[in-house]
Design a protein around this ligand. Structure first.
Ligand SMILES: NC(=O)c1ccc[n+]([C@@H]2O[C@H](COP(=O)([O-])OP(=O)(O)OC[C@H]3O[C@@H](n4cnc5c(N)ncnc54)[C@H](O)[C@@H]3O)[C@@H](O)[C@H]2O)c1
Length: 439
C-alpha cells in the first residue's frame, strides 16, 4: 500500500524517538510526563511572535504561560490577542532576564532582532530552558559556534526556526532526491524576491516612552535612537540585523544544502549593492552569492526590491541533477527529466485531504510540534542548532564576502576563512561592555 504523507510524517516523528537527541524527558529538572503540557514563553512580539503564539496555542500539549517585550505597546496588544483569540492569559514581562527565573517555563521562543538571539538562547539554556530560536539564531559565525557548544554543555534542545524542515512535501521530496530521483544532484539555485519600500532617512529623536531602548539594544554597542529602526527595519542595519541573505536565504539556501547533502563549501563569493533606493539601508537590495564545492555548486539570488518572479515563484529552490531536476517551494514540488519534461507534480492542498499540515503557518505548527515531541518524548529534532548553524554560517560568510568585495576560501570542517585576517575579524562582533558572550 502506498505510504500517505501523514504516515510518512509519523514515521519520521516517532520512528526515531530518542535517537538523535539522546535525551529523554527524565533527564530534565521539571519532569514532563505524557500528560504534561510544555510551558512556553514567547520573547519578541511585534511580528513573528504571533506565529509562535498560534503554534503553541493550537498544540494541546503546550501552553503559553509568559510573554516578553521591551515595548509595552507590543506586550498589551499581544496579550489582547492571546486572550481574545486563544483564551490564554500569559504573564507579561518586560525584561527577559526576569522571565528566566520562572521555574514553570520549560521552553523559550526568540523572535527579537538578531543582535539578541545568541545571548537569549544561551542564557535560556543556562537557566535550563529549551529554545526555539528564530532564523538566523545568531548575528555572526562566532555566536553560532558558541550556541552549538552551549547546547551540548547545558543539554537542552535548540530548534532553529527554518520551518520548511518540517514541511511534509519537502521532507518527502528530499528523501526521494537522496534515493536518486534526479541522479546525482549537483547544482542548487535558491532565490527570493520582494518589493520592499525605502526605509528613508531616520531622525534622531527621543525613544517612545513605552520602549526601553537600552534593553532593546542589549548586547549591541549603544547608539542614539532613530525613528526608522524599530520595529522591523533593524533587519537592514549591520549593527542589529543580517540582511536578506539571512532573512530569507536561511530558508531557501538551506533547501539546496539539504538536497545536495552538503555542509561547508570551499569557496564563497558574493556581488551586489543597494541599487533601488538611496536611504539608511546598509545592506544590498540585490545580491548573488556562489558556494563552490569540489563537485557541486549552490547559488543564491536575493532581491529585496524587485518583484519579478523566478520560475513563476517569489521564492524557492531548483535542484539540478545528472538525470533531471526538482523545483521546490512552500506550496509543493515539480519534477522534470533531463529534457525538461514534467514527470511529477505535487501542490499543497490540491491533491491532499489533510489541510492541517499544509500552509506556511502549519509548517510552523509542525515545527513546534516536533520540538514539543522532542521535549516530551525524545523525538528527533528536524532542525537542531548544530545542523542549522551550517547554513547560517555559510550565509553570514556571503555577507562578509560582499562587504570585503572578494571571494573567501574556507576550511571545510568549520568554515573559518583561510589566509584572510580581515574576513576573520568579521567572524565576530564587539559587544556593549558587560554583554560579552560566555558559556
Ligand atoms: N521563520 C520565519 O518564517 C520568520 C518570519 C518572520 C520573521 N522571522 C524572524 O523573527 C525575528 C523577529 O523578526 P520580526 O520581523 O518579527 O521583528 P520585529 O521588529 O517586527 O519584532 C521584534 C520584537 O522584538 C522586541 N524586542 C526587542 N528587543 C527585545 C528584548 N530584549 N526583549 C524582548 N523583546 C524585544 C521588539 O520590541 C519587537 O516587538 C527575526 O529574527 C526574523 O528573521 C522569521
Amino acid at each position: 500500500m502506498e505510504q500517505t504523507r501523514r504516515d510518512f510524517l509519523k514515521s519520521l516523528a516517532f520512528g526515531t524517538a530518542g535517537i538523535a537527541t539522546g535525551l529523554h524527558a527524565r533527564s530534565y529538572a521539571r519532569i514532563l510526563g505524557a500528560n504534561d503540557r510544555v510551558n512556553f514563553a514567547v520573547i519578541g512580539l511585534h511580528g513573528r511572535g504571533y506565529a509562535h503564539m498560534e503554534s503553541i496555542a493550537l498544540n494541546k500539549n503546550a501552553a503559553l504561560t509568559h510573554i516578553c517585550d521591551v515595548d509595552s505597546r507590543e506586550l498589551e496588544k499581544f496579550a489582547g490577542v492571546a486572550k481574545g483569540k486563544y483564551n490564554q492569559t500569559p504573564v507579561k514581562v518586560k525584561d527577559f532576564r526576569k522571565l528566566l527565573e520562572a521555574k514553570e517555563i520549560d521552553a523559550i521562543t526568540i523572535a527579537t532582532p538578531e543582535h539578541w538571539h545568541a545571548h537569549m538562547a544561551i542564557m535560556g539554556l543556562q537557566a535550563g530552558k529549551h529554545v526555539y530560536a528564530e532564523k538566523p539564531p545568531t548575528h555572526n559565525p562566532h555566536e553560532g559556534e558558541m550556541l552549538v557548544r552551549a547546547q551540548k554543555k547545558y543539554n537542552r534542545l535548540v530548534q532553529m526556526g527554518n520551518q520548511q524542515r518540517s514541511s511534509p512535501h519537502t521532507m518527502e521530496i528530499m528523501q526521494k532526491i537522496h534515493q536518486g530521483l534526479i541522479g546525482k544532484p549537483y547544482f542548487g539555485r535558491a532565490w527570493y524576491s520582494n518589493t520592499r519600500k525605502s526605509i528613508g532617512t531616520g531622525k534622531a529623536v527621543p525613544p517612545p516612552p513605552e520602549l526601553d531602548w537600552d534593553l532593546w539594544q542589549g548586547p549591541a554597542p549603544r547608539r542614539p535612537y532613530k525613528d526608522n529602526v524599530h520595529p522591523y527595519n533593524w533587519h537592514w542595519f549591520w549593527h542589529w540585523g543580517t540582511g536578506e541573505t539571512l532573512n530569507n536565504g536561511t530558508h531557501e539556501v538551506d533547501l539546496c544544502l539539504w538536497a545536495l547533502g552538503q555542509r561547508y563549501p570551499s569557496l564563497v563569493s558574493a556581488s551586489g549593492g543597494r541599487y533601488h533606493f538611496k536611504d539608511d539601508w546598509e545592506f544590498y537590495d540585490t545580491l548573488t552569492a556562489n558556494y563552490e564545492y569540489d563537485d557541486c555548486l549552490i547559488t543564491w539570488e536575493g532581491l529585496s526590491c524587485q518583484g519579478k518572479l523566478t520560475y513563476n515563484r517569489s521564492r524557492g529552490a531548483l535542484i539540478r541533477g545528472t538525470e533531471g531536476s526538482v523545483l521546490i517551494d512552500r506550496d509543493g514540488y515539480e519534477v522534470y527529466n533531463l529534457d525538461d519534461k514534467q514527470i511529477d507534480k505535487y501542490t499543497v492542498g490540491k491533491n491532499s485531504t489533510s489541510k492541517d499540515l499544509m500552509s506556511m503557518d502549519s509548517m510552523t505548527d509542525e515545527h513546534f510540534r516536533n520540538l514539543i515531541g522532542g521535549i516530551r518524548e525524545g523525538e528527533k529534532l528536524r532542525s537542531p542548532i548544530e545542523e542549522g548553524n551550517v547554513s547560517v554560517t555559510m550565509l553570514q560568510l556571503a555577507n562578509i564576502a560582499w562587504k570585503l568585495k572578494r571571494a573567501l576560501r574556507l576550511n571545510k570542517q568549520d568554515a573559518t576563512v583561510i589566509d584572510d585576517p580581515d574576513a576573520m575579524s568579521l567572524w565576530q562582533r564587539e559587544y556593549e561592555k558587560g554583554w560579552e558572550l560566555t558559556i
